[in-house]
Design a protein around this ligand. Sequence first.
Ligand SMILES: Nc1ncnc2c1ncn2[C@@H]1O[C@H](COP(=O)(O)OP(=O)(O)OP(=O)(O)O)[C@@H](O)[C@H]1O
Ligand SMILES: [Mg+2]
Length: 252
Amino acid sequence: MALLETRNLTKEFGGLTALNQVNISIDQGELVSLIGPNGAGKSTLINTITGMLEPTTGEITYAGTDIVGMEPFEIAQLGVGRSFQTASIFPDLTVRENIEVAAFATEHDSFSVNFFRRRDAYDDVRARTDRVLEVIELEEEADDAAEALPYGDKRRLEVAIGLATDPDLMFMDEPTAGMSPSETDMTVSLIRDLLEEQGMTIFLVEHDMDVIFDVSDRIITLDKGEIIAKGTPDEIRDDPTVREAYLGGEEV
Ligand SMILES: Nc1ncnc2c1ncn2[C@@H]1O[C@H](COP(=O)(O)OP(=O)(O)OP(=O)(O)O)[C@@H](O)[C@H]1O
Ligand SMILES: [Mg+2]
């Protein structure tokens, strides 16, 4: 059984069809990338799966559970995490506090139903935050204000915020956008670590084709809300439709 599956997923904004009958399937332990031109619907797909947007029609199942209509925190509790394309950081909080806030968000349920679990829940949040700081290599910066971080570290903090909910499946929306080559390398090795050491399943949206071809097991290409190609990196590299729509026909 696939870990995550969408069936005929459609999202309309007024007259605009941002996603049109999208079928994707992600297996446990895979890294699946999503590519496509600006406005193709990549972020909309992530937002719809993670519960920020409700689909117009279609089905989404995670580990066999129908997740359409669930709140984002409920989907996070099931084990689906995400990092954002645009900043989700609280600039005045420290690095540690930013991760704790995100970690607390998935404890929401236990707070509301069981007062006596509070203490346990807080210990759990602390432990999870420490683990994320270690994985993401931001331990030394833990008590710095988030706004004081260099750009690349800020972007890694955004990934850390996604990791704070302890996901099995992680959505990353352009984690290397605007990064220097060395910051990009660091992020690629972090992605590998999450995949290989932490056993995570990753769905990656990325414009950097070197990163895509380097880390992906499979690549899905979206154009104007529709899937135009799916395949291994080699298959996608050679696909004439992808070249035309996305790579501008250029050799890669
Ligand atoms: N909340 C919204 N309300 C109305 N239209 C939206 C909304 N979010 C996205 N859109 C539109 O849906 C289409 C898909 O946008 P989306 O942000 O998903 O593209 P994308 O593939 O992530 O692009 P990019 O590579 O620039 O990040 C675009 O035409 C966009 O303007
Ligand atoms: Mg986007």
